[in-house]
Design a protein around this ligand. Structure first.
Ligand code: CIR
Length: 261
């Protein structure tokens, strides 16, 4: 692994299908508007593209309401792609389509299978290690399978805990820069980022934690002005994207793309 901020050449996204409004959610926060969700997806893709990256938009998968949350189905590394084994039964079938759509882009492909479960939302890649949070969606077998595959490529995997009641590890954190993370206070207090510089989300703005560093930008959900100001005063170039509709089905900025160097 090399130090420094990763430059991404490509982002892979998938159009939300009309029944994306039926996506999984922990709490009922009202019915999402598909029209707003589609408009937000256009904005998200254009912000990714504004960095000079190639943005691939895969077709919607009407049989899978959560399929536009592509991050959960695959982990892309320069050495190859690892297809995940989603812990949510309704999402398991998304992986075959993703494999058909993107396997050809990689030299090596691997597949993690049940009873091992792992979703990309629980995986944070930093310049020195791969952190994987155990969660309702990611179990010890899933982490062991990932560890074996990426170990062959020289990566070190560290198991951490996703806070109780939080969907994914990255629901509560993002990598901002080499050695710098954005985290909610509840996650940072676990000590998992003791080797990192941590920028905390501001009070009441925990949902801002699921951002992405994509080339020169930090893409974050709109509506969190205090955390945005905190990131800007730390020198980051922040681009907010409206996420009101995906937020109702527990989705954020990271889950909407796979990012490739
Ligand atoms: C789910 O519950 O699986 C979807 N409704 C949301 C997935 C969000 N994924 C992510 O943050 N990586």
């Amino acid at each position: 692994m090399t130090a420094g901020v990763t430059r991404f050449a490509t982002a892979i996204t998938r159009l939300p299908c009309q029944n994306a409004v039926d996506g999984l959610r922990a709490v009922d926060q009202g019915m999402p508007s598909i029209d707003q969700m589609l408009a937000d997806h256009v904005d998200y893709r254009s912000v990714l593209a504004s960095t000079g990256a190639d943005v691939i938009t895969l077709p919607a998968l009407p049989a899978f309401p959560d399929a536009h949350f592509v991050e959960d189905t695959a982990l892309c590394l320069p050495e190859g792609v690892i297809f995940m084994s989603p812990g949510a039964p309704s999402r398991a079938g998304e992986v075959a389509s993703m494999r058909a759509d993107i396997a050809h882009l990689f030299d090596e492909t691997h597949q993690i299978s049940r009873p091992a479960n792992i979703e990309g939302g629980d995986i944070l890649i930093t310049g020195t290690e791969i952190l994987v949070g155990t969660s309702e969606r990611t179990n010890a077998d899933g982490i062991a399978a990932l560890t074996q595959i990426v170990g062959e490529w020289g990566y070190y995997v560290r198991t951490v805990n996703t806070p109780p009641g939080v969907l994914h590890f990255k629901t509560d954190c993002s990598l901002l820069d080499d050695g710098v993370v954005l985290s909610t206070p509840r996650l940072a207090s676990s000590g998992c980022f003791s080797a990192y510089e941590v920028i905390l989300t501001c009070e009441g703005e925990e949902a801002a934690a699921n951002a992405i560093r994509f080339n020169d930008l930090v893409i974050m959900p709109a509506g969190f002005p205090a955390t945005k100001a905190r990131l800007e005063s730390a020198g980051f170039n922040v681009r907010p994207v409206n996420n009101s509709e995906c937020a109702k089905i527990d989705g954020g900025m990271s889950c909407l793309s796979l990012r490739l160097t």
